[in-house]
Design a protein around this ligand. Structure first.
Ligand code: FES
Ligand SMILES: [Fe+2]
Length: 347
């Protein structure tokens, strides 16, 4: 079950073209395309006649032609032509989803369109802020989306799953704190006076032998957003006392939006934003590639977890101190789903 009344990321802006693209979102087939004027459109990718995918058809001007018996649909979802007869039945239409282009992502609303307030879109301003640059990408997730949210909230996995890039042995025991404000959770980790992680050493160009103070602060917003403020500064530079760490040291925001596709798969939109050495393109290129490769390791893990979780019997998990954040996260998402179901019943 999913939270339906929420904005989810459906695509990167550059993925949206005049070629129709099918993407399943929250178990519903969606076709995405741009009109001749460049406006992004999301329609149900399932013809109201016999359920053929419209994405297999043709886009002629702004009209979608079904590939099976030729019904034609305008961007509102209304059928405007039935080739085999003059009369277009009033019920002949497909769903048209609210879709907003913001911060280089296309945000879709799968729930009640009357509630689709663009002001509720999660903040990812880094992707549009001239003070930042980023490298970003997309991955298909072979598991339930919340396994990946868990993964991002519990970074004690870094030394084990990503030892050659993000992990240092000490990180699993780094000082941490979990705080909550309404339905938002923050997990702060600090690892002080330790050798830098290989990836941080490379990005920060730290000299051999220099120890660093590292921070990794995860911000969760329901239902599926995790933003990580990460970086390293030379040990003893007082990074915990300042708020403008990015302008002083190697600082990045790892930005993650994980959109459920089905109960067992998801779409992963991510970017690594940075505000140091902005004139050096190699950082963007390296981030896009390295973060993608690191996340492939996570994909392999969540896939393996999902396979085991699908087998029966499923043992109860042993929860550790480090699991506090994701246990709270799952509680929040479960509650939001239940609240929506109760509201739908009452309506
Ligand atoms: S299935 Fe689309 S026209 Fe028949
Ligand atoms: Fe990871």
């Amino acid at each position: 079950m999913f939270v339906r009344n929420a904005w989810y990321v459906a695509a990167w802006d550059h993925e949206m073209t005049r070629t129709m693209m099918r993407r399943i979102v929250l178990d519903e087939p969606v076709v995405l395309f741009r009109t001749t004027e460049g406006k992004a459109v999301a329609l149900e990718d399932r013809c109201c006649h016999r359920q053929a995918p419209l994405s297999m058809g043709k886009l002629v001007g702004d009209i979608v032609h079904c590939p099976y018996h030729g019904l034609q649909f305008e961007p509102s979802g209304a059928c405007v032509k039935v080739p085999s007869q003059d009369r277009v039945p009033a019920s002949a239409k497909v769903k048209s989803y609210p879709l907003v282009e913001k911060n280089h992502w296309l945000w879709i609303w799968m729930g009640d369109p009357a509630k689709a307030d663009p002001a509720l879109i999660e903040d990812f301003h880094w992707l549009d802020d001239p003070k930042w640059r980023y490298g970003g990408n997309y991955l298909h997730v072979p598991s339930n989306y919340l396994l990946l949210v868990e993964n991002l909230l519990d970074t004690t996995h870094l030394p084990f799953l990503h030892p050659e890039s993000l992990g240092t042995g000490s990180f699993a025991r780094s000082e941490f704190d979990v705080t909550r404000e309404g339905d938002r959770i923050q997990v702060s980790r600090y690892d002080m006076d330790k050798p830098p992680a290989p990836f941080h050493k490379q990005m920060g160009e730290f000299p051999d032998g220099l120890n660093v103070d590292r921070w990794q602060i995860a911000h969760f917003a329901p239902p599926c957003f995790v933003k990580l403020d990460v970086g390293s500064a030379p040990a003893g530079s007082g990074m915990r006392q300042v708020t403008d760490r990015g302008s002083r040291w190697m600082n990045m925001w790892n930005l993650n939006a994980i959109t459920p596709e089905t109960e067992k798969t998801a779409h992963y939109f991510f970017a690594q934003a940075y505000n140091f050495k902005l004139d050096q393109q190699w950082i963007s290129d390296m981030l896009a590639k390295q973060v993608h490769d690191i996340f492939l390791q996570d994909m392999a893990m969540v896939k393996a977890q999902q396979i085991n979780m699908d087998l029966r019997p499923t043992p109860a998990p042993v929860n550790l101190g480090q699991d506090k954040a994701w246990v709270a996260m799952r509680g929040i998402v479960d509650r939001l789903v239940k609240e929506e179901q109760q509201q739908a019943k009452a309506a």
